[in-house]
Design a protein around this ligand. Structure first.
Ligand SMILES: [Zn+2]
Ligand SMILES: [Zn+2]
Length: 326
């Protein structure tokens, strides 16, 4: 560790913080705008904000942060989506939609998608508001700490772009905090929280446990069942497919008392907004649960076809799992 190269201010990461949030805070703690800080630290020719750095952080960014904040690379890797390799997906893909990751949809340096979610109560309680890596996950639709829905946009409709909050504020002395909406300036912590009504109970128990484990960054929290989550994702894909979902949605809703909803055009599960994903996951968790009982029953009753479970998936683990059970 080159201590001589430490930044004057080098704040440590908060519990579960994502890399982009930490870099922006470090810039502000040093009294610099994010662009100036990035040019000075990573080089003018290395533009880092035109990509999803929490997903694909270049190694020179990780190494620089490690050297100049005196934090080990191992700790820094936990601020990126690498944390979920072999826990939620087998590897990170450089492009395209990835299983369980909300896309940011970058246009130049702006996030035009709604890939970074937030819990208004977590932001409100933070002594210094920061964004968590777990908030990028598409199955993280409610906050297990506060039992409220996650939000994926400000009340003005803007997505989270905390790396852009200082743009156009040349003369501002004190930097904004990260919970400020870049478009309207209101605090995201001020968004009215929506308490979740999570029924049926069986769905709630298992889902809440998985999100709890993810929130703790897998530390002292027991394992999560990787295979069940692959199956859960496959069911989510079937539920959002107009071609394959006709019978299964009605079947689940009849049995579980959940309302029937229509999804319109065909999209990836990860491209739905947080409220839609929450509904889809409720149905999928109901069917998947802890055992294969309900899923087998749905196949027996012809609400689902066995071969749908294999559809479009090259995941070896899924094929193995299905071969054993169906
Ligand atoms: Zn919360
Ligand atoms: Zn706003």
């Amino acid at each position: 560790m080159l201590t001589g190269e430490l930044w004057p201010a080098h704040p440590h990461t908060y519990q579960g913080e994502c890399l982009s949030s930490w870099i922006v805070r470090t810039a502000h703690h040093n009294g610099l705008k994010i662009q100036t800080f990035s040019d000075l630290s990573f080089g003018k020719h290395n533009q880092i904000w035109n990509r999803d750095i929490d997903k694909l952080a270049p190694s020179f960014v990780l190494q620089t942060m490690s050297n100049r904040a005196a934090i080990s690379l191992k700790e820094i890797n936990k601020t990126t989506l690498k944390l979920y390799i072999n826990r939620l997906f087998p590897a990170l893909k450089p492009s395209g939609i990835m299983r369980w990751i909300n896309p940011l949809v970058l246009h130049h340096r702006k996030h035009t998608g709604f890939g970074m979610q937030f819990c208004p109560l977590c932001l409100l309680e933070d002594s210094e508001p920061y964004f968590r890596i777990a908030w990028r996950l598409s199955l993280y639709t409610f906050c297990p700490i506060h039992q409220v829905m996650m939000e994926d946009r400000c009340s003005c409709g803007a997505s989270v772009n905390f790396h852009r909050i200082e743009l156009g504020k040349a003369n501002q002395f004190a930097p904004s905090t990260l919970d400020e909406c870049y478009q309207c300036g209101l605090r995201l912590g001020g968004v009215e929280p929506k308490v979740i009504q999570l029924l049926p109970k069986s769905v709630y128990t298992i889902w809440n446990r998985v999100l709890g484990v993810i929130t703790r960054g897998f530390v002292n929290s027991g394992p999560i069942n990787y295979e069940r989550l692959i199956l859960l994702h496959q069911i989510c894909k079937i539920i959002v497919s107009p071609r394959f979902n006709q019978k299964i949605i009605k079947y689940i809703c009849d049995k579980s008392d959940l309302p029937v909803r229509d999804f319109g055009i065909n999209r990836y599960f990860e491209q739905f907004d947080v409220n839609e994903r929450h509904y889809i996951l409720q149905l999928a968790w109901w069917l998947v649960g802890n055992t294969n009982k309900k899923l087998k029953e749905s196949i027996r009753k012809n609400a689902m076809q066995n071969n749908y479970l294999y559809r479009d998936s090259r995941d070896k683990m899924l094929h193995y799992l299905l071969k054993q059970n169906f």
